[in-house]
Design a protein around this ligand. Sequence first.
Ligand code: NAD
Length: 323
Amino acid sequence: MERMKVAFFEVDEWQRDYLRRSFPDASYDDGPLTAANAASYADAEIVAVRTYTNVDDALLAVLPSLKLLLSMTTGTDHVDLDACKRRALPVCNVTGYSDAAVAEHVFALLLAIAKNILPSAVKAHEDAGFRRRLQGFELKGKTFGIVGCGAIGLQAARIANGFGMKVIVYDIVHHDDWASENNFSYVPLDELLAKADAVTLHVPLNRHTRGLIGKEAFTKMKTGAVLLNTSRGEVVDTEALLAALEPGKLKGAGLDVLDGENFIADHDLSEAERRLCALPNVVVTPHNAYNSVEALTRRLDSTVANVRAFSENGAPGLKDRVA
Ligand code: NAD
């Protein structure tokens, strides 16, 4: 089959060098694909993007040659899948590439809060009087609540078992074999919120999960619990989170994602987010949980395999097809 025109977006120098070994003639851009730059890629037949590219009808309309869309992400909330289906455009994401990276990041956030790591690092050279304020808590014996237990949630459950935590899960799909093999039980969301000392979110962002953790959920959560969000910012209502943190209802929050960040390259923080980031018991990382060398290599390998499969055999050879 004749070589197809491929364009990769949102790939930094390291990723470009890696991909160039397989596709020396492809186009590479470290920024997102937008309606403004799409005209330069009008002949692209395969396009690979990440979360900062908002794939909607308007963007698809200016890509007349497009035959395959690859999202080098697990979440596909930045892609209008219905618009792609209407155009019979196959779309693939990448599943499972960052399970370990994200689940380990959840515990980096939880331990940073449990052990007061950020203020401790600042105070390390100051006098011992600070120690009482830096007193933390143990994970052993605590209850770990997982909201959405797919690939990443399952990995987080395994790690939580290693810490000696009791694991409870809320999910709309139940895998009884996963539950027995990994020592957890499925419970309704309200029960999870009432019992968990740490609640970690791993649901995809969609119309059912947007704002899932809002005012009502925070009211149901245990006093002194920690919220961890490495899924998508919009799953949590930021104002309601602030209202739960400021009076001390929650012990802390570890957030890898913030509401609305996806389409803002250098995310301008809202007033609520500025207040959130200023709280000493909140640890914010810049959507970086997936960012391990192992995860990115898996993601690129999976993307390379899909480009090759499509070039050689068309849609039947694709892996992780979502539309
Ligand atoms: P997955 O599809 O394997 O698991 C998602 C789970 O959520 C499934 O078990 C599903 O049944 C459950 N679910 C779906 N809707 C639900 C609902 N309304 N209520 C309860 N449970 C529901 O996905 P994954 O690989 O575990 O990834 C989860 C999310 O993590 C992704 O969609 C993405 O948004 C996010 N993510 C973030 C990063 C990061 O760097 N922060 C990296 C990868 C993925």
